[in-house]
Design a protein around this ligand. Structure first.
Ligand SMILES: O=C(O)CCC(=O)C(=O)O
Ligand SMILES: [Fe+2]
Length: 392
């Protein structure tokens, strides 16, 4: 597929990522994304993961990022010349599209030399619409397929567009590379990680519990809506699409500032049942729920001991508290269901779910250890780079 004349330098690599890598990144995005930079777009940036006390979740990105950079350098003949300018997960829901453009088409984007887009899910299977087109040269149209990666120069030789997504959520891992070492994203990320690891704030009792960002970063507003009442909180929206409600035992009347509610400890409900476990906040609950579905909902897939997951029937007043929260944070459940496809009658097993809570902790603890251990080396790398840069 390589354009030999390099009139339009680009390449498609099939099966560049493993299925497992795609699923893990999907898990991270579905549990950590914020509303994106354009309508109907969601994103998960590395700096956001660090800022929400989840720096350990950047671990799965690192080997992929290195492999992609090496591949781009090899294909385009610029070994050891590139730095990663940006790494992030981006998803497009119904209504998102982008017209003809090149990725360096703004003065502040001129440092971008190469683009790599990895498809984490598939056209027709996971979403409709969202075909990718190059304006000139071959191939002309690309139908996103999970595990494939597309690489191209960021200049006008590779002007491209993406059709509007009409259903589902189109998910990519997107990276930009630069020859200008002053645009290395690590230079920004490393101090943030250091701060996160070294100065744990007092209100984070556990080293890997997520700490939500400000509420507006999770507020989905339908296209150009002037009225706030038509949006929804994407954390609760994603929980809703998987069949979960959130329950605050204290009710809403105790909270003076409603926007703080989703930072408070809460429980999950499903149908007429209240699950026994207390989560630190809505983001924590979302991470565990997404982990449960990522791992396949079956207790056999969780290696730890399965305790019985306690559930109790919701009382009338508890149901009312749930509806109150919904009326504030999920005003339009129809809209939620078009943005995040409702998963119909997903089987749910409370014993497996409580096993998943422990498995999520083990997973997080393992990644947390890895980031703690790799961090000094990583910083040393950075030091070497800057020395080389100073000398030249
Ligand atoms: O997701 C894609 O296929 C490309 C997206 C794009 O063109 C961009 O983010 O600049
Ligand atoms: Fe683009």
């Amino acid at each position: 597929m390589e354009d030999k004349g390099m009139e339009h330098p680009r390449l498609i690599l099939h099966n560049f990522l493993t299925e497992e890598e795609c699923k893990e990144l999907e898990f991270i995005h579905r549990s950590c994304s914020t509303v994106g930079y354009r309508p109907n777009v969601f994103s998960t940036t590395l700096s956001h993961l660090i800022a929400t006390n989840s720096p350990h979740l950047i671990i799965p990105f690192l080997p992929i990022r290195d492999r992609l950079k090496e591949k781009v350098e090899e294909i385009f003949g610029c070994e050891y010349e590139l730095v990663t300018e940006f790494t992030g997960l981006i998803s497009w829901s119904r209504g998102a599209s982008i017209g003809w453009h090149s990725d360096d088409n703004r003065p502040y984007l001129k440092q971008r030399d190469f683009t790599a887009v990895c498809y984490l899910n598939s056209y027709q299977k996971d979403f409709k619409g969202g075909l990718f087109h190059f304006q000139d040269g071959e191939p002309k149209t690309i139908a996103p397929l999970a595990r494939d990666a597309v690489m191209y120069t960021a200049d006008s030789r590779n002007t491209h567009s993406v059709d509007e997504v009409t259903e589902g959520e189109r998910l990519t891992l997107t990276l930009w590379f630069s020859r200008d070492s002053s645009h290395d994203e690590d230079a920004k990320l490393i101090p943030l990680i250091a701060e996160s690891l070294l100065h744990k704030s007092n209100n984070v009792p556990c080293s890997f519990l997520p700490l939500p960002a400000s509420d507006n970063m999770y507020w989905f507003a339908p296209n150009q809506a002037s009225h706030q009442e038509l949006g929804f909180d994407i954390r609760l929206g994603r929980l809703h699409s998987l069949g979960f409600d959130v329950y605050y035992s204290q009710g809403m009347s105790f909270i003076s500032d409603l926007s703080e509610l989703l930072m408070e400890p809460m429980q999950l409900a499903r149908g007429h049942q209240l699950l026994d476990h207390e989560f630190a906040n809505a983001l924590h609950a979302l991470q565990v729920v997404q982990f449960y579905f990522w791992k396949g909902c079956k207790s056999q897939t969780f290696t730890n001991e399965v305790q019985s997951g306690k559930v109790v029937k919701l009382s009338q007043s508890q149901c009312e508290k749930i509806s109150q929260v919904k009326s504030v944070f999920l005003k339009d459940t129809k809209l939620v269901e078009t943005v995040f496809r409702r998963v119909e009658q997903q089987s749910f097993d409370s014993a497996s779910f409580s096993a998943a809570i422990t498995a999520w902790e083990d997973y997080s603890r393992k990644l947390h250890k890895e980031i703690l251990m790799s961090f000094p080396q990583w910083r040393a790398h950075q030091a070497i780079y800057s020395v080389q840069f100073d000398v030249s």
